[in-house]
Design a protein around this ligand. Structure first.
Ligand SMILES: NC(=O)c1ccc[n+]([C@@H]2O[C@H](COP(=O)([O-])OP(=O)(O)OC[C@H]3O[C@@H](n4cnc5c(N)ncnc54)[C@H](OP(=O)(O)O)[C@@H]3O)[C@@H](O)[C@H]2O)c1
Length: 266
């Protein structure tokens, strides 16, 4: 693992209570990086911070904050105060799967608020000081779905396409400044994400069997930070490149067919 303390200061990880965010928090703490863990849940995020601090002897603090609230990023920044953020991990994300016309509008809006607007506001809050210090790192968690237009995941796919372009454009913008940016595009990971997306329990169980452990994705991403703009884990490459290999309408129909077989929604 490269020296993750090279960015200086603290890491701030969103959606750190479980799944991929928790894996990032563990890897960074292990490497001696003090961490702020941001999540909307109460006890799990607090107890994780205590456990990481105790295990690795590095400061770890929890910030309970729902990132879809209008003043969320101001509150996070106020909590952080003058402690420098060296590494920002924009990880928190949700989906709202199922037929678009039947989904609750507030739930659909929350996908955009959390997946798109929160990373923009957090990055805007912390990138300027990284540029001033001439060092820092930003991770943006996109998805294999950034490349695909999957029926029944319209808003999620749109939000993840946003993450991909946002992250890659920032990589281009920050080259030579000392700030490293990487956008990671995982395929399936063994987390609670599928169940929360509204996928039927039997299908979740099958998807979990073929999914990657989030710890592996976190480690691989951290290793590649500073070396490339985008990281698509092995296994995602063929599907991710499908829209380049066949006409887009064929790709949409193929992905739709695959999704119908893999995921029924409750
Ligand atoms: N799992 C996959 O197959 C997969 C594939 C590709 C990309 N991704 C992406 O990977 C990222 C992490 O997903 P995951 O698989 O680790 O999902 P997860 O296990 O569901 O974890 C998501 C985390 O985000 C937090 N969160 C949700 N809403 C929030 C809010 N409004 N404010 C603050 N935190 C909030 C959750 O907290 P609560 O526990 O309080 O809800 C949870 O800790 C997401 O961006 C996702 O889109 C996942």
């Amino acid at each position: 693992m490269p020296n993750l303390s090279r960015f200086g200061g603290w890491a701030l990880i969103t959606g750190a209570a479980r799944g991929l965010g928790k894996a990032f928090a563990e890897e960074l703490s292990k490497d001696g990086v003090p961490c702020f863990l941001v999540d909307r849940d109460g006890p799990p995020i607090d107890s994780l911070a205590v456990q990481l601090e105790k295990t690795y002897g590095v400061p770890c603090q929890s910030i309970r904050q729902d990132l879809t609230e209008p003043d969320a990023v101001d509150k996070v920044a106020a909590y952080v105060g003058d402690r420098p953020i060296g590494l920002l991990v924009n990880n928190a994300g949700v989906a709202c799967g199922g037929a678009f016309a039947t989904r609750d509008l507030d739930a659909l809006n929350r996908v955009v608020l959390l997946n798109c607007l929160a990373p923009v506001a957090l990055t805007r809050a912390f990138l300027p000081s990284m540029l001033e210090r001439k060092r820092g790192g930003i991770i943006i968690v996109a998805s294999l779905m950034s490349f695909l237009s999957a029926p029944n995941e319209a808003v999620y796919c749109g939000s993840k396409a946003f993450n991909l372009h946002f992250g890659e454009a920032l990589w281009g913008e920050t080259r030579g400044t000392g700030v490293d940016v990487i956008t990671v595009c995982p395929a399936g990971m063994r987390t609670e994400f599928f169940a929360r997306d509204g996928i039927h329990a039997d299908d979740c169980a099958r998807l979990m069997k073929v999914s990657a452990p989030p710890e592996r994705i976190a480690r691989m991403t951290l290793r590649r930070l500073g070396r490339k703009p985008t990281f698509m884990p092995p296994g995602a490459w063929i599907l991710g490149n499908l829209p380049r290999l066949v006409p887009r309408w064929v790709a949409i129909r193929m992905v739709g067919g695959l999704m119908r077989r893999l995921a029924r929604y409750v």
